[in-house]
Write a protein that binds this ligand. Sequence first.
Ligand SMILES: C[S@@+](CC[C@H](N)C(=O)[O-])C[C@H]1O[C@@H](n2cnc3c(N)ncnc32)[C@H](O)[C@@H]1O
Length: 359
Amino acid sequence: MHALSLNFFSCISLSRPVLKLRIMSEEQNGKPEEWAWPELKLPDLLLTDTVRKLHEAIESEWDSLRQSACQTAAGRALWKHVTHDQLAELLAGETYLRSLYEKIKKDRCRNAREVSGVMLAVRTLWFDSKIEAALSSFDGGGAQVVLLGAGMDARAYRLSCLKETDVFEVDFPEVLQMKTTTLQAATDSINDNQHVRVIAKSLNRVAADIRDNDWLQKLQISGFVPEKNTVWVLEGILYYLSHSHAIEVLKIIADNRALTRTVLLADFMNKSSTTLSSSMFHFHSDWPDCLLPSLGFSEVKLSQIGDPDAHFGLLHDPLNLFNKLRSLPRSVQTHPDDGTPCRRLYFVQASSSPHQTTP
Ligand SMILES: C[S@@+](CC[C@H](N)C(=O)[O-])C[C@H]1O[C@@H](n2cnc3c(N)ncnc32)[C@H](O)[C@@H]1O
């Protein structure tokens, strides 16, 4: 997610594991307690020359769209106690880790109701849980998971529910190449490289720009089988596309329903959210639960951060931003309390199958 949006979309009320990072010291002479923050401890692997050089190249050569892959990984890394993403630090790189770490530190020091990174943690867990549920809803026959705009996502290495599943990661060629090279560097330099082992049945990286009309063809050339049950994961990607490109991608996925059972998992920004960065964010939908049926999807379920299935015990304070937002009707565009825009991120699950009729 873009740096500008990290402030807003990465907030949360504090969770216990982060509290453990605090070291409390009380001085003998009755001075008030002081909180000391430990330094960010980077894994040795990130400090090797090879990995440093790879991340330097990302910082100097990639645009912010591609760099958003590393920012997302930084969020997963600093919320590792809940995301269990052991590769996220390596894939994020030092700069993004430090930057988010400082934000979290600041939030903690001012006792913020929302602490940076929580949105990414909740989003990650929501997608994890829905991928698992979708796979177990398929009745045999092998399944596929396609991650569109996969970035530095490490689910193929992390989720045991993917053991029997073919995974396809689609992103720009340079992003996927850098990911492969970085993971290879890790494999080469550590003895205990169990986290760098693919858990999925297979992992296929497909270099493609999903704005072009040949990405589905490229996916098929890489082994994607349109007739197999498929979970499409569109996490942190749709809003980077123009309206027409996003609709085209969704239509291509919906059209596949003629052949197989399809589950779509995606997050959508509402219009106000895209104003966080008008140069980065384009596509938005205030009512994805109306949009998706018009494209051929059914069984659309929408969640907001803080809802029972998008909570994960991380949003305790009823007055935090997310809980305040979801208590307002979705048609409300500005907070009645302070007149600020209601910036929402919707998590949406939809499905389609060959038995369905087109609307
Ligand atoms: C915010 S990151 C999210 C990455 C990943 N889904 C995750 O959750 O870790 C957005 C990713 O989308 C990719 N992306 C953006 N536009 C794309 C396009 N037109 N075609 C392919 N990938 C794209 C970027 O390169 C980046 O890796």
